[in-house]
Write a protein that binds this ligand. Structure first.
Ligand code: ZN
Length: 95
């Protein structure tokens, strides 16, 4: 089950997510607002609308989110944790 080990490796997780930390937090903020206002219609509409406005690769983002269990907007909020997804190996000594 090499997949499970890889999935849990922070660097591998970060490599799969096409957003940086600020973008991911912005996305989660946007989707949070959208789901609070309109509810979730079991699609990634709010996520994809945000990505399109940013000129991001929607398909790549959707695949990345789905690896974390984000198959619709509310699941993105529940399952995609910015801190967890973007935990990169620290580089001691760099300021
Ligand atoms: Zn949902």
């Amino acid at each position: 089950m090499a997949n499970e080990n890889q999935k849990d490796h922070p660097a591998v997780r970060a490599a799969r997510m096409p957003l940086d930390a600020a973008q991911l937090e912005e996305l989660l903020d946007h989707v949070d607002d959208a789901v609070l206002t309109d509810g979730c219609d079991h699609t990634l509409n709010a996520t994809e609308a945000w990505a399109r406005r940013r000129g991001l690769d929607v398909e790549r983002l959707r695949q990345a989110l789905q690896r974390y269990g984000g198959f619709c907007d509310c699941e993105v909020l529940m399952n995609v944790d910015a801190d967890e997804v973007l935990t990169l190996p620290r580089q001691p000594g760099r300021s």
